[in-house]
Design a protein around this ligand. Sequence first.
Ligand code: ATP
Length: 535
Amino acid sequence: MLIDELTQSLLGHIILFITFAAMANKEDIFKKVIAHSKEYGYVFQSSELYDGLAAVYDYGSNGSELKKNIKEYWWASMVKMNENIVGIDSAIFMHPTIWKASGHVDAFNDPLIDNKDSKKRYRADVLVEDYIAKIEGKITKEVKKAAKRFGEAFDQAQFLETNPRVLGYKEKMSAISKRLNGSLEKEDLEDVKALIEELEIKCPISGTSNWTDVRQFNLMFGTKMGATAEGSSDLWLRPETAQGIFVNFLNVQKTARMKVPFGIAQIGKAFRNEIVARQFIFRMREFEQMEMQFFVRPGEEMKWYEYWKEARQKWHLSLGVDADKYRFHDHEKLAHYANAAADIEYQFPFGFKEVEGIHSRTDFDLKAHQEYSGRKVQYFDPEINESYTPFVVETSIGVDRMFLLTMCNAYREENIGDNDTRVVLALPPVLAPVKAAILPLTKKDGLPELARKVYDQLKLEFNCVIEEKDSIGRRYRRQDANGTPFCVTVDNETINDNCVTIRHRDSMEQERVSIDDVRDIIDRSVSIRHNLAKC
Ligand code: ATP
């Protein structure tokens, strides 16, 4: 018995150690992803030459291509695949009353709190959510411990529903979350502070609980339009692209001759004066959104809400990410305009976090614009002979968050035997910035010229590079780290047999193929057409 207890306690320590090691490893991986992004021309800190600008980033030669490919993949899945979805490109500057109507002037706030000792500022709700996430982490540890203890006989679902310690944690999480959401809804900021104090949440910098009161902070950036100070008017930089779609609803419906149900898609910049901008490009002050508003008959919104949840999940999975790295998070606290909302979350190295939101926005926005503009914003439905304000289901994903997801998911360090390792960026080929590197084996015997011919055949369809420098092994490694799915090597035999060697990034397998087949081999793997067939 004693030995059993001892073994268990020892096992517990080992598991704890492994969990900590895994956590440390995850943090390490995230740091490596950030460093890799810079080294390979994916992401740079904005204004780095002047010591940087917080939470603003620039995309380099590879980054801008990856970003463009993400946008194209999304646009194809929305606008090209669906005959009832069209795109627009609305301006960033909009009439200021639009933001009054949408509720952003009055309600687009985050509750902020400062620690008096470290002078650091936090989002009060995020402090509490992080606390809840820690409890969730404890449940994960319990599951891991039990799985080890019970081996094959372990039934995780039953364990989660019956284990007293897990049930206690769950109850605590739910009580905290309910209180936080209730207080935020009632704008009871005193209670949010009381909750932080009761939970004894400490500032990670100073380690103290010396907090200021919680205050609301509007996230919109203001600016001015006009030549003179007196004659200028106040404007906002848009905090979401959706309003550009709502105020163009009638224009687009009429000119594109759309019938409900139909959607309007848009990709564009949005700006939010985030209180705490952390985690690299996860939370930025200037970022890009890909949004689609789907207009439906009142009463049909829940059907379409479910439809778009599923469709968006398929889109994510079509990029080859493991399904268990995704989860849905249904909102308990709904935004002022929504009657249902869910986030698609991805398991980043720093935990499960939102990548995309799917919101049933009711008829709130169109009705608000009708009221504030004094113009009728309605749709006449010829099938039922009725005019109404359509309800809206929105899908909204951040380009930069999708970019970060793609990088985190792709980065790996592999042991490839013989004490050799490699860093590989296993990007989905359809998103990879460079599709193929054309490599003449040597710089002589006409091989560079032959390589250029292959390059010229491919360059208008695929983004390719030619590399002559360094040994072929080093060049392969560089392209692996760059995320290039194919290396095409031209050697002395090519002159005789018109064949090249294609090396596949992930398997490192090589095959000898005719130059005439190279285009099709690359296309099968990188084309949007082939990838979206999985949706
Ligand atoms: P969060 O809870 O992370 O602040 P949110 O719920 O406010 O996000 P939405 O308003 O639903 O986000 O915006 C839709 C999408 O836009 C998000 O899922 C995310 O991908 C992206 N996004 C929002 N804010 C930012 C930001 N500051 N930086 C980068 N992407 C963002």
